[in-house]
Design a protein around this ligand. Structure first.
Ligand SMILES: Cc1cc2nc3c(=O)[nH]c(=O)nc-3n(C[C@H](O)[C@H](O)[C@H](O)COP(=O)(O)O)c2cc1C
Length: 319
């Protein structure tokens, strides 16, 4: 599939996830067949202030391409400066704007899904970013509206397309819903029927069957996977296999342990032992969810004192 001039090998995208889609997880998902990966959302203010933590979140390796960097913010000028800076310093394949984050810390400043309450501000931010980033696609990831009484799809999509956005990802929950209830896929269909640019459907896909159903029910051009990839990066291989009519075997317990080891190793290379030890614990919990005696293994991994003990526990789990 194509977004702007960017060719993407397959329509199975890894969703941006704060605290999750760092270098290690993106690379693993890419290796398992994700068509494109995204950074966690990064603050436009942080970028223009040259905050080192924010800038570190943007760094990526060539092996991860194609990659989108996602930004959030509430001021057109700051957003456009930040986008320019990212392109100049890091040269990503696309810039994605976050109009979906429902977290109060973000929305109370007018960023993330708060823009769904003010389509004029959304227009201004989007136009400012597109104006600065002329040579690569600018995409948008959004929710369906602020609450059930103010659904902005498809109107917002039509406006964004007119401004020059190259693709829209829709997670069709409202901001108020956060992650409760269900994603209303009929809104993805409505959006798809209202615009010509690619529409990426997102929300509640847990299996290749769900993916097929989303393509069929909505006509979307690609799908984006978030929570179903946690502890299960193999989902991208399964989706590609399923599309090609190949039956996928679930990962074996040894595959799971080896992935835990690799994930830990990549995190150490990227962030050093201290940070890696803390970050890996939640991933361990996700990887071993379906493992025999998962609860006791999780407990020992989570309470382990450091890298050596973690590695030893993983080693003894191997059959
Ligand atoms: C831990 C976590 C962090 C997330 N962070 C972001 C983010 O930084 N940017 C964003 O656009 N969406 C973020 N999301 C939302 C996901 O990208 C996705 O839209 C949502 O999880 C619905 O898709 P799913 O049902 O496949 O999980 C996050 C979701 C989770 C679970």
């Amino acid at each position: 599939m194509v977004i702007g001039k960017l060719k993407i090998e397959n329509p199975f995208f890894l969703a941006p996830m704060a605290g999750v889609t760092d270098y290690a997880f993106r690379l693993i998902c890419k290796e398992q067949g994700a068509g494109i990966v995204y950074s966690e959302f990064v603050s436009a203010h942080g970028i223009i202030r040259e905050n080192s933590k924010t800038l570190n979140m943007i760094q990526f390796s060539e092996a991860e391409r194609p990659i989108g960097i996602q930004i959030f913010g509430d001021e057109p000028e700051v957003m456009s400066k930040a986008a320019k800076e990212i392109v100049h310093r890091f040269d990503p394949d696309l810039i994605d704007i976050n109009y979906g984050c429902p977290v109060p810390k973000i929305t109370k400043k007018g960023a993330g899904s708060a823009a769904l309450k003010d389509l004029c501000l959304m227009d201004e931010i989007t136009a400012a970013v597109i104006e600065t980033v002329k040579d690569r696609p600018v995409t948008v990831k959004m929710r369906a509206g602020w609450d059930k009484n103010s659904i902005v799809i498809p109107e917002a999509g039509v406006r964004l397309e007119a401004l020059g956005v190259s693709a829209i990802t829709l997670h069709p929950r409202t901001a108020n819903q956060k992650y409760t209830g269900f994603a209303d896929w009929s809104l993805i269909k409505e959006l798809k029927n209202s615009v010509k640019i690619p529409v990426i459907g997102n929300g509640d896909i847990r299996s290749p069957n769900d993916a097929t159903r989303m393509f069929e029910e909505t006509g979307c051009d690609a799908i984006m996977i978030g929570r179903a990839a946690l502890g299960n990066p193999w989902i991208f291989k399964q989706l590609n296999n399923d599309r090609d009519g190949i039956v996928s075997l679930p990962p074996s317990p040894n595959d799971l342990i080896e992935m835990c080891e690799r994930h830990l190793q990549l995190l150490i290379e990227d962030k050093g032992e201290y940070i890696a030890t803390n970050l890996i614990r939640k991933h361990f919990g996700w990887y071993i969810k379906g493992f025999p005696s998962a609860a006791s293994i999780r407990k020992s991994l989570v309470s382990s004192s450091g890298i050596d003990e973690m590695r030893e526990i993983l080693f003894t789990m191997k059959s």
